[in-house]
Design a protein around this ligand. Structure first.
Ligand code: AHR
Length: 527
């Protein structure tokens, strides 16, 4: 049995009401320390990633203004409506590896220049979805722009010119070009990524080499938008440096050490971490029809996110004890074998109840590290890897991972509340995992919410939730479960895995919730 204490150290037992400490071997007791609030959970941990990869953009977001698929200026309306509903805080674009081969001038103005997408299946990149289309999309879904500039194969002049195109006024040539393309006002660029995986597909650079480049990009990739000026401006652009992959800390050390010695001329506000759930490389586990071996190994792999974040956070603490630089997990998610018969390099995979559990466990980990992890972007939003949305021509479906984003809406900008509970064990073969996971928050609506995950694929779990002082009066929310951990939504059966209402029984100020096997629940608690 593993006792989990999440958040600040707590001395619970003396303070707990009798009802809360009554021994009930069958139930997991969860105590929420609502009087000891932790960090704010930045809504940007629910960010998205949309790369020019497979049908992530073309088909998934962009269908063109002449399509019979309902669209607004070429952007499909069903996808926009689904993304608006989950209040997507930001979208990272145009990559990924693609970003380091993207030349933004190919994708603006009346004449587009097509290129070969060498990273992703050698597909022809028509460049019909470029900067102005991306900004239109962001505007339609009500989200912030996170633009990654090309450090790998581009020039600093090109990156700087792109910033001018996006953010300068019309007195400059770049701003005038934008205005001539129909957009008189500067765009807001809230986040800029200074390269992508510069240790790998972005140029295979030593940390020292990247750090030298970073200083120049951080200085000269300027934002000219008058509404984003000033260090204390809440809208000021945040610069995100390439950081570590998985638990390799060489970039964490290199970039953070350089940052700690910075002068007035440059800085960064974020350090990127890329960490996929992929027990074997190359990715070979199927996304459908898998059994419990795969289920357990994927959950085991995804839970290592906790140690990776702890490791990089500790290094960042050494150089940045005030936690000025955010750890930005801007690529995460399950990476599985491509769907049989799908175009090679398009990274198309189905999305199951298991993947929903993966998403919930990662959100819980990010919430526990909310003081340092202030942004994260699942890979990827539509039709690529652990997608929220799948499309096929005019058809669209919402995946189990989408529904986790919907259920976790109360976590956006909520305050973390420490919880204490006995996680129990789920065992399969040589794999031993916690059986229950729980995170509590106080949401911006003033209510307490608890997110509960039952990792056990076969056994339901009773959970008793209490405050140290008792006094809970009502508990109701939503639960996501499915006939099997490998259950998926298909275009023929799109509602196999959808959330259902769940209520807790209240007695003596304590709430009891019956969690189905393989489930995620989000429950509002009223005092
Ligand atoms: O998300 C797919 C790819 O994974 C991205 O392009 C790259 O940054 C990462 O290796």
């Amino acid at each position: 049995m593993r006792m989990i204490v999440a958040g600040a150290a707590v001395a619970l037992m003396n303070a707990m009401p009798n009802a809360a400490i009554a021994r009930d071997e069958a139930a997991t007791a969860i105590t929420i320390e609502a009087g000891k609030p932790g960090a704010k959970i930045d809504r940007h941990i629910f960010g998205q990633f949309a790369e020019h990869l497979g049908t992530g953009i073309y088909g998934g977001v962009w269908v063109g203004p002449d399509s019979t698929i309902p669209n607004v200026r070429g952007i499909r309306s069903d996808v926009v409506a689904a993304l608006k509903a989950i209040k997507v805080p930001d979208v990272r674009w145009p990559g990924g590896c693609f970003a380091d081969e993207y030349h933004w001038r190919d994708g603006v103005g009346p004449k587009r220049r097509s290129t070969v997408n060498a990273n992703w299946g050698g597909a022809i990149e028509p460049d019909t979805f470029g900067t102005d289309e991306f900004m239109d999309f962001i505007h339609q879904i009500g989200s912030d722009a996170y633009v990654s500039v090309n450090v790998g194969s581009g020039t600093l002049e090109e990156a700087s010119d792109w910033m001018g195109y996006m953010t300068a006024d019309q007195r400059s040539s770049a701003g005038a070009d934008r205005a001539a393309n129909g957009h008189a006002e500067p765009y807001t660029v809230k986040y800029v990524g200074l390269g992508n995986e510069s240790w790998g597909c972005g140029g295979n650079m030593r940390p020292q080499y990247y750090t030298d480049l970073l200083k120049r990009y951080a200085r000269f990739t300027r934002n000219y938008n008058p509404a984003q000026q000033g260090d204390t401006n809440p809208n000021a652009m945040q610069r995100i440096a390439v950081g570590p992959t998985d638990d390799d800390a060489s970039y964490t050390e290199g970039v953070m050490e350089a940052w700690s010695k910075r002068d007035w001329s440059w800085s960064i506000e974020g350090l990127s971490l890329h960490s996929y759930t992929v027990p074997h490389w190359p990715p070979s586990l199927p996304s459908v029809g898998f059994g419990e071996d795969d289920y357990a190994s994927i959950l085991q792999a995804t839970l290592t996110m906790e140690q990776k974040i702890a490791k990089h956070s500790a290094i960042m603490d050494k150089y940045d004890p005030d936690k000025k630089v955010a750890l930005v997990v801007d690529e995460w998610g399950v990476w599985l074998a491509e769907n049989p018969g799908s175009p090679k390099g398009f990274l198309q995979q189905q999305n199951s109840m298991r993947d929903a559990i993966v998403a919930a466990l990662n959100f819980n980990i990010f919430a526990r590290h909310a003081d340092r992890v202030r942004m994260a972007n699942i890979a990827q939003m539509v039709n690529v890897l652990q997608s929220l949305i799948l499309t096929d021509g005019p058809k669209m479906l919402l995946t189990p991972t989408y529904y986790i984003h919907q259920m976790y809406l109360p976590f956006q900008d909520a305050t973390f509340m420490p919880v204490k509970f006995d996680a129990g064990e789920y065992r399969h073969g040589a794999v031993t995992l916690p059986r229950i996971d729980a995170v509590a928050v106080k949401a911006t609506d003033g209510k307490l919410y608890v997110a509960l995950v039952n990792l056990d694929p076969a056994r339901p779990a009773a959970v008793r939730v209490a405050l140290p002082e008792g006094g809970l009066r009502k508990a109701a929310g939503q639960v996501l479960t499915a006939p099997n951990v490998n259950s998926v939504n298909t275009f023929d059966a799109p509602r196999t895995v959808v959330p259902a209402p769940i209520t807790g029984k209240v007695a003596g100020g304590v709430v009891t919730v019956d969690l189905p096997a393989r489930s995620v629940a989000m429950i509002a608690l009223e005092r």
